[in-house]
Design a protein around this ligand. Sequence first.
Ligand SMILES: Nc1ncnc2c1ncn2[C@@H]1O[C@H](COP(=O)(O)OP(=O)(O)O)[C@@H](O)[C@H]1O
Ligand SMILES: [Mg+2]
Length: 355
Amino acid sequence: MTTNTRFLGLYITICVLAFIISKITIAVLCYRRWQKKQFVIQDTFSGGKLVLFRSPKIKTLKSNVFLKKTMKLTNKDRIGSGGYGMVYKLTINDSTSFAVKKLRKETAEHDRGFERELEAMGDIKHRNIVTLYGYYSAPNFNLLIYELMPNGSLDVVLHGRTMEKMIVLDWDARYKIALGAARGISYLHHDCIPHIIHRDIKSSNILLDENMEARVSDFGLATLMDQDKTHVSTLVAGTFGYLAPEYFDTGRATTKGDVYSFGVVLLELLTGRKPTDESFIEEGTRLVTWVKTVVEDKKEEYVLDERLECYHVDEINHVFNIALMCLETEPSKRPNMSEVVKMLEKIKTDQITCS
Ligand SMILES: Nc1ncnc2c1ncn2[C@@H]1O[C@H](COP(=O)(O)OP(=O)(O)O)[C@@H](O)[C@H]1O
Ligand SMILES: [Mg+2]
């Protein structure tokens, strides 16, 4: 009896100890994992803080070299400028470079909300979304460190500017970009928790990787900058041609607003025309209304980009129809992004050969 009691006591003690040890081990592992999720370097010279999210590319970098090179960026390294500020190319070595976006900051206060949002963005990994590797926060500016997209943005490739390399996108390339961008936006809307509304879908926020695959960028940036209130006029001016009509009444961003903006991008791919083209403003019309009337008259080929030589007419007509569904004035009549992806996937026929 006593032996049994002793044995039971020993058994219970071992169980309790095993339980405590396992909990402690789990806690230590979680803490280590949390610690490794990001590298933080405090820059005592500028009073700034560099945060790099954990990723295979970042792992091989020396953070102090990274910080030094980031601080040395000049106008020579500029690769673009937009509503939020300048974009620079940061070259670490022959095989590693990044795109660094400098955001103006009017108040010097340390913004925890800003950092939390960025950390959430850093967790998002998808083949059609530009990776955010980290950020640098200083009293007067913030830097966002993104994956560098070697083929720049769709807007430059499609509308080209003088002095910049011109790539003429054929129909298959445009279809691939449309589908990739739709998948990226659909991922933000339907698969991220909490769901993300992009708020600024436009061709300059669709970047192109080395395989001309679309990567959506700048999601959540509109919300972030809204809190800072530094962008308002530039954002509205820059994105005017893409905003859904209800946005002007409600001022509220919705997923269906993103669907509308995506419809405008589809028209841009089909027509090769810029939604913000001044000739539309002069004529008192918009790309959307112009295309709508032409499609109603079944004269799609009349508005199609002249540079497109080889395509399947059925595919073109289907994409025009999908674009018009996205551009319904009434938001509830628009499809959601996962439906758009399915529709786009369905229309591709076998490749045609052109002589
Ligand atoms: N990750 C990146 N890789 C390569 N080029 C980029 C990247 N991000 C932005 N750019 C270039 O910088 C330009 C300006 O970008 P941005 O500041 O986001 O303004 P906007 O989106 O209003 O054009 C883009 O049009 C693009 O050509
Ligand atoms: Mg952008």
